[in-house]
Design a protein around this ligand. Structure first.
Ligand code: GDP
Ligand code: MG
Length: 468
């Protein structure tokens, strides 16, 4: 079982418990420990994390938060902290010098070309230097990859000093107008003195703005020593995890972050240049925990404790919806209410677009909601409050599309969506429909399923979902 699943089990235990007491907290902490250990997080670090959770869990809980919520939030926040959720440590937008280090096979050379492509797309002129002077194949590999992503390259198969290659490379690439230079260093199967010496020499001439430690997700318990040694040699400012597409547990990365006191900045998810993502600790944790995000988790808890009204919906007037008058204005209000709660993942669940989505789908959904919101700004008051969606005639659609800088198809899609929601609200009425909407979203089901159903069927469905 993967790290995320185990962690999720522990969190589920909190969620499903009747009340939180000392025993439950201890049990949950044990489960989190197990999840971390079997994912190859360093043992001492596991203890540190769990002690922190325990300490905070027993602390006085803030007003307006239940003990359950507090415990879930504590678990989430502490783990988040250790995978680099520190907002302040952001990458400079126009980095100038990056050094990649890591053991042989960790994915440095591949990552060098991925980074090059990434920053090239952001408008930088990137140059790569092959400072792996031992293997002629290393030179050829990086030269080839540079060509593939179409960036500048420097290497000299005859030069046996990594320091000299770096010096010459910097001069050459600067002349060519490069404003970001990335040095790919050699790696052995172990970090020996020679490699440390060489990295220090490269460091002295290159003076990297960022030294990245490139580690493979399957590194396991070796992460601790490696991170310590590379950190000593060149001072690591960031971690890049590769091969996260595989079955690896990835716990070593948490160790690496902790040891080097630096966040994970990027992740590699495949062999191709595009299999590369900015790492977003929040999103990652949400994803592995299988929840939209912490907010939707808390929302679930709210649902379980039933009579608690769902926060974000307070701005909405259920009376309006009860009357069966769901319209564009309410949809707009709903988006705005939801947005106050944070990340989009959750909102999509609420709006019936979410469910179990992949990162890609999530991006699409996120964009969609943003687009809907923009489109709604081009509605007139009359249009927002119209009773029937058919009021938005094709000439209105044309105007709205133009006014919002979208296409007529986009506007039609929004109309169709609201129409489906309207239908559901009509069939089961205000509050029930809201709960159902959320549940549908979570189950990954979308409103198109409702299209062919008659109101009776929809009511039946609500009954089955035990929405009263
Ligand atoms: P280096 O020795 O550190 O320079 O490692 P390389 O960049 O040469 O990569 C070693 C192997 O790992 C190559 O076969 C790469 O294609 C592969 N690789 C690198 N990054 C990834 C990744 O994110 N996912 C997968 N599946 N393979 C990767
Ligand atoms: Mg290499």
């Amino acid at each position: 079982m993967a790290f995320g699943e185990k962690l999720r089990d522990a969190i589920d235990r909190i969620k499903n418990s009747m009340h939180v007491d000392k025993d439950l907290i201890k049990e949950v902490i044990k489960e989190i420990q197990r999840a971390l250990i079997t994912s190859d997080v360093n043992i001492q670090l596991v203890l540190k994390i769990s002690q922190e959770i325990e300490k905070e869990a027993f602390e006085e809980i803030p007003d307006g938060v239940t003990r359950k919520e507090h415990l879930v939030k504590t678990c989430y926040n502490v783990i988040l902290k250790y995978i680099g959720g520190d907002e302040e440590k952001k990458l400079n937008e126009n980095p100038e010098r990056m050094l990649l280090c890591g053991l042989f096979g960790s994915g440095k050379t591949t990552t060098a070309s991925k980074l090059a492509k990434f920053y090239k797309k952001r408008g930088l002129k990137v140059g790569l230097i092959c400072a792996d002077v031992y293997r002629p194949a290393a030179y050829e590999q990086l030269e080839q990859l540079s060509k593939q992503v179409d960036v500048l390259f420097y290497g000299d198969p005859k030069e046996m000093s990594a320091k000299k290659v770096t010096e010459k490379g910097m001069e050459f690439l600067k002349k060519q107008g490069a404003n970001l230079i990335i040095v790919d260093s050699a790696g052995r199967s172990a970090l020996d003195n020679e490699l440390v010496q060489e990295l220090k020499e490269i460091y002295s001439v290159f003076n990297p703005e960022y030294s990245f430690l490139v580690i493979s997700a399957d590194i396991g318990q070796a992460a601790k020593d490696q991170s310590e040694n590379f950190n000593k040699a060149v001072g690591i400012q960031g971690v890049i995890i590769t091969k996260l597409d595989g079955s690896a547990k990835g716990g070593g990365a948490i160790t690496a972050c902790y040891i080097t006191k630096s966040p994970i900045f990027f992740i590699g998810t495949g062999e191709k240049a595009d299999d590369f993502e900015i790492f977003d600790a929040n999103r990652y944790l949400s994803r592995i925990l299988g929840f939209g995000d912490i907010q939707s988790l808390l929302e679930k808890i709210h649902e379980l404790s039933e009579d608690e009204d769902f926060e974000g919906m307070k701005d909405l007037n259920p009376e309006d919806i009860l009357k069966g008058n769901f319209n564009f204005a309410l949809f707009k209000q709903q988006i705005d209410a939801a947005r106050k709660l944070g990340p989009f993942t959750k909102i999509m669940g609420m709006l019936g677009i979410g469910g179990k989505l992949s990162a890609d789908q999530m991006n699409i959904g996120e964009k969609k909601i943003k687009k809907y919101r923009v489109i709604l700004d081009s509605f007139t008051k009359e249009e927002l409050n119209c009773d029937e969606t058919s009021f938005i005639t094709s000439s209105r659609i044309k105007r709205i599309a133009k006014g919002s800088g979208t296409t007529q198809e986009d506007v039609k899609e929004l109309i169709a969506h609201v129409k489906k929601m309207k239908k559901m609200f009509k069939a089961v009425g205000g509050k029930k429909a809201m709960t159902m909407q959320k549940m549908l979203g979570k189950s990954g089901m979308d409103f198109s399923k409702l299209e062919g159903m008659d109101p009776k069927q929809i009511q039946e469905m609500a009954k089955q979902m035990k929405i009263r």
